[in-house]
Design a protein around this ligand. Structure first.
Ligand code: SF4
Length: 135
């Protein structure tokens, strides 16, 4: 049963983030790591970059008429005033038990920080630019 706070916050989050980010209410928001591009708009719900099916023009493999969410994320992340490097953070698997809950409440309660056993929270994705700098 939802608390009074959830009943108050959920519609506000759903409406505001739905309008601005096309939010799918996953309950574990990583917009700051994706150039403010909702990764749950990816039809494969990928949280760590594009699949191998991105088309040469940057559109989605599943919906060719739409841009790949992750191509957008990579393009947008450097334009953010903050969190630019967060695009390189390795994201844990989606916790589907949080679907439909408030990511704002989960952020405060820490529910969005629960990781599967063995998950390395400090891990980051390799930055391709780092490789080039070492050459
Ligand atoms: S990452 Fe989750 S909470 Fe954040 S905008 Fe996307 S669906 Fe909504």
């Amino acid at each position: 049963m939802k608390s009074l706070i959830e009943n108050l916050i959920l519609p506000v989050e759903h409406t505001s983030k739905g309008l601005v980010f096309d939010c799918r209410m996953c309950g574990q928001c990583i917009l700051h790591s994706t150039g403010l591009t909702c990764p749950m708009r990816c039809p494969k719900n990928l949280r760590n970059g594009p699949c191998g099916g991105v088309r040469p023009n940057g559109s989605c493999e599943v919906y060719p008429d739409k841009p790949c969410v992750w191509v957008q994320a990579v393009e947008r992340a450097p334009r953010l005033p903050f969190w630019r490097d967060h695009i390189h953070h390795l994201q844990p698997p989606v916790n589907w038990q949080l679907q439909g809950t408030s990511s704002w409440i989960n952020l405060i309660s820490g529910a969005d920080q629960v990781r599967p056993a063995g998950w390395d929270a400090k891990a980051t994705r390799p930055n391709p630019q780092d490789k080039h700098e070492k050459r």
